[in-house]
Ligand binder design. Structure first.
Ligand code: UDP
Length: 337
């Protein structure tokens, strides 16, 4: 299949692009490089052993997206591109809604015009909102607590409505839990722009000496060690989930929703300890107040993806830390400009 990978230069997009190529697909990256670096591309090409077509397009630009899809010959779009910082979304809601919803809308319009039938969407466990019980199941109601989360809820709804109106459209809504880790080569990985928001890149930057210490946001949660528990999954397992979902869309009509997680929660303290084992030294931490909006626990019921996709996230927390450390220690400042 010839597949358009939006945000293919980003963290999850880059790992997925490689696995698509390894599975025999022809992946074309479209990225505006607003939050990713061009220098990821030669690294991907080295790992893939072939050149990769890259198009620089702002997907909120309707005519540019139309032109991209019109002459692309694509059978599927995997849509990773989007803004994803929760705190920033509270400061800049209009930018978040117009960017995240705008890109999905212009892609869908272009796909309809040119008969592209498959859409795989990067959704998030954030759509379960703050009052969901654990483990989280796909049939739970959706809601959000910040503009970023609402863009995911709304994009899911847009895709469901589009599929009702156009029975030839096949959609996978992939609800990611907490992706971490890096490619085993240590040459591609997560390189957040600015101050990271997520636990793993923060731990990695502390370990490599870019930051002084890790703040642990709350140790008084109703969890075994008092720190928040999340469902971390290796980005290589997550990438494999996209390949499996794409294959499954060959036979699944309409909209399919799949949680992508391990089903097993890990606490902040457990993650810090695992990372210390991986990097070989203790990490300075300080207990801080809870972060507003955080829940005590979030983890998937991944049984639907297991049953329907034959997919499981099998890599361990130790593997996630070892691979993150290889990437971070080889690239302490991330990708070159
Ligand atoms: N966390 C923390 N310190 C940080 C960043 C995150 O203690 O500097 C905790 C956070 O409270 C949560 C877990 O790490 O319990 C995962 O946070 P992240 O932002 O990575 O994911 P999310 O909360 O969105 O699932």
């Amino acid at each position: 299949m010839r597949i358009l990978v939006s945000g293919g230069a980003g963290y999850i997009g880059s790992h997925t692009t490689l696995q698509l190529i390894a599975s025999g697909h022809d992946a074309v990256i479209v990225d505006d490089f607003s939050r990713s670096k061009r220098s990821v591309v030669p690294r991907l090409e080295a790992l893939a052993g072939r050149s990769i077509e890259v198009r620089e397009v702002d997907l909120t630009h309707v005519p540019a997206t139309e032109a991209l899809v019109a002459d692309g010959g694509f059978e599927a779009v995997i849509h990773f591109a989007g803004l994803k910082a929760v705190g920033e979304s509270v400061e800049k809601p209009i930018e978040y809604y117009s960017n995240n919803l705008g890109s999905t809308l212009s892609l869908l319009a272009a796909m309809r015009r040119h008969g592209v039938p498959k859409f795989v969407f990067s959704s998030s466990a954030t759509v379960y909102g703050e009052n969901a019980s654990v483990p989280m199941k796909e049939e739970f109601p959706t809601s959000a607590t910040n503009p970023y989360g609402w863009t995911k809820v709304m994009q899911e709804q847009i895709l469901r409505d589009a599929a009702v109106a156009d029975p030839s459209l096949r959609v996978a809504l992939l609800r990611y839990f907490n992706p971490v880790g890096a490619h085993a080569s240590g040459t591609i990985g997560e390189d957040p722009s600015g101050i990271p928001n997520n636990l793993m890149p923060l731990i990695a930057q502390v370990a490599v000496g870019r930051r002084q210490k890790l703040l642990i946001y709350g140790d008084d949660y109703p969890t075994p060690d008092g720190t928040g528990r999340r469902d971390y999954l290796h980005v290589e397992d997550l990438a494999a989930g996209h390949v499996a979902a794409l294959d499954r869309l060959g036979t699944a009509p309409g909209v399919s929703t799949w949680n992508l997680g391990t089903g097993t929660p890990t606490s902040v303290k457990e993650m810090v300890d695992a990372f210390a084992r991986a990097c070989g030294h203790e990490l300075p931490v300080e207990i801080a107040p809870r972060r507003p909006g955080d829940v005590a626990e979030s983890y998937a019921d991944p049984s639907r993806a297991e049953a329907e996709l034959g997919w499981r996230a099998g890599r361990t927390i130790d593997q996630m830390c070892v691979d993150t450390w290889r990437w971070q220690s080889n690239n302490p400042d991330g990708y070159p400009a």
